[in-house]
Design a binder for this molecule. Structure first.
Ligand code: XMP
Length: 509
């Protein structure tokens, strides 16, 4: 295992993902982690992440300097490099020029970290400070035009540090450098696989739950589906899933979900049709945040009422992922709060005195998909595009009514069918339709129409933090528009959203 100490860099999750892609398990911990705890964890190596602070500022985050006395290899990146230098007797100063972007790295010593890396290669820099004096025992192992100490090492103690970011794709040989650190320097083994993870997780759940009962809120998204299947493999019928149909789902979604989970996987599932309750609470509401709050509250009420019917349940399972946990604690090591607010059941464990089970809490999304495939989840569910909890309610601008929901459902079904047929579904992060609160004039046959407009939104993204509008072929867009206008009554115009995030968001509300 590799321990990553998080100094607050926006790239620290990337370091973790790259490490795991190399087949090595790693965890991210705040700088407040104690040396005693690190000894317990017994990592093969430590990576000190970058971060926005300057090491010479009073409030800058620090780990215990004793981490350098454990005899474990350490790799410092950017701020992590500065922390290493400062802790070991070197000096860090504000650089004459802030450096941001590409630089040409010239390697001066190529064993260890730089094994099999060409003498010159492109790296990516983002820093205002740099090393002014090496700590005793260190030597420069690479430089760039602006940064004389672009990389330093104390090879004997196996300490390495980089001023640039090896984890970003712009550093062309970055992954190779990380690989060298893991395998050449730390002697890690490539043993992090989803097969091994599934086996361990199932055993762990079985042991923890024993003969008791677990409930789980199933949404049909990949996270809750994988959680359900994993727990089912561990404890079978002791798991009951609650699926709340809020009436804001896509066409046939509820039926499909019931079929997969109940008929194919033989998982206990309680289907609560609460559409009327949701629609009643939403009547006349147009403000997006109000819609979300109402939907969240009704969901809690419905879920709790149903959960209470399952006598003797002691655990609540959730599909919380590792990024939720990392993002919900501060870079400076504050207390962690592990429940994502839009998970909806946030307050429930406490209210109902349930213990949480979160088997995916150390996994990233791509790993959850691999795990899903490993444990035999239907590929259609594994590759489902994300769908927001408030569902179609935030894709109908203005008030939500049964009639407008039906229009949007039909439009959405046509859109998805075309996107899937054209082979674009998995290439897109999300693709959906939005029903606008305005009407426009059209002409059909011999008469004028005055009907609804829908906007099509299709984006590519890696994590929903940023997104690009998808450059779908004009022919495909044409087919989608034709079919929607011909097949869905009440719509006479289709527009395509060509805005990226930021400054726009993915959803319209
Ligand atoms: P935005 O619109 O903020 O969306 O760019 C980013 C991602 O989050 C999803 N999203 C939500 N998911 N409840 C959810 O469960 C919500 O209230 C919500 N709002 C947005 C959105 O679909 C996208 O994937």
């Amino acid at each position: 295992m590799i321990l990553i100490i998080d100094f607050g860099s926006q790239f620290n999750q990337l370091i973790a993902r790259r490490t795991r892609e190399c087949g090595v398990y790693c965890i991210i911990e705040p700088p407040t982690i104690s040396v005693a705890r690190i000894r317990e964890l017994n990592p093969k190596g430590i990576i000190l992440s970058g971060g926005p602070a300057s090491i010479y500022e009073k409030q800058s985050p620090r780990a215990e300097a004793a981490i350098f006395e454990l005899g474990i290899p350490v790799l410092g990146i950017c701020y992590g490099m500065h922390f290493m230098a400062d802790s070991l007797g070197g000096e860090v100063k504000q650089a004459r020029k802030r450096e941001y972007g590409f630089a040409e790295l010239r390697i001066q010593k190529s064993d260890g970290l730089f094994t099999n890396i060409p003498n010159e290669s492109q790296v990516w820099m983002s820093h205002g400070d740099s090393i002014a004096k090496l700590p005793p025992g260190f030597e420069v192992i690479a430089a760039t035009d602006n940064t004389p100490v672009a990389a330093m090492a104390d090879i004997q103690r196996r300490f390495y540090a980089l001023q640039f970011h090896p984890e970003v794709a712009h550093t062309l040989k970055g992954t190779q450098m990380l690989r060298n650190f893991l395998f050449e320097v730390c002697g890690c083994q490539r043993n992090w696989t989803m097969k091994a993870f599934a086996k361990e997780a199932v055993a762990e759940i079985r042991q923890r739950v024993a003969d008791r009962k677990v409930i789980l809120g199933l949404s049909g998204g990949v996270d809750s589906s994988v959680t359900a299947l994993l727990i089912h493999q561990a404890i079978g019928q002791q798991l009951t899933c609650i699926f709340v149909d809020n009436g804001l789902l896509r066409k046939n979604e509820a039926a499909k979900l019931k079929k997969t989970f109940h008929e194919h996987l033989k998982i206990n599932i309680r289907h609560v049709n609460a559409s009327k309750q949701f629609l009643k609470a939403l009547a006349g509401v147009t403000d997006p945040e109000k819609k979300r709050k109402i939907i969240g509250k009704v969901f809690m009420d419905v879920f709790e009422a149903e959960a209470k019917k399952i006598k003797g349940a002691e655990f609540l399972a959730q599909g919380t992922l590792y990024p939720d946990i990392i993002e919900s604690r501060s870079a400076f090591g504050g207390p962690t709060s592990v429940i994502k607010s839009h998970h909806n059941v946030g307050g429930l464990p406490k209210r109902m005195k349930l213990k949480l089970i979160e088997p995916l809490q150390y996994l990233f999304k791509d790993e959850v998909r691999k795990l899903g495939a490993q444990i035999g989840l239907d590929p259609d569910l594994i590759w489902r595009q994300p769908f927001p909890g408030p569902g179609l309610a935030i894709r109908i601008l203005g008030a939500v009514t049964e009639k407008r929901l039906n229009v949007l459902r039909e439009v959405d079904a046509v859109l998805l069918e075309e996107i899937k047929t054209a082979g674009y579904y998995r290439k897109l992060w999300q693709s959906f339709a939005v029903l606008l609160p305005i009407k426009s004039v059209g002409i059909m046959g011999d008469s004028r129409t005055y009907e609804d407009i829908v906007a099509i939104r299709a984006v590519t993204s890696k994590d929903a933090m940023t997104a690009d509008w998808a450059k779908l072929p004009h022919q495909l867009l044409g087919r989608i528009s034709n079919r929607i206008i011909n097949e869905v009554r009440g719509v006479n115009r289709v527009v395509y959203d060509i805005s990226s995030k930021p400054p726009s968001t993915i959803e319209w509300e």
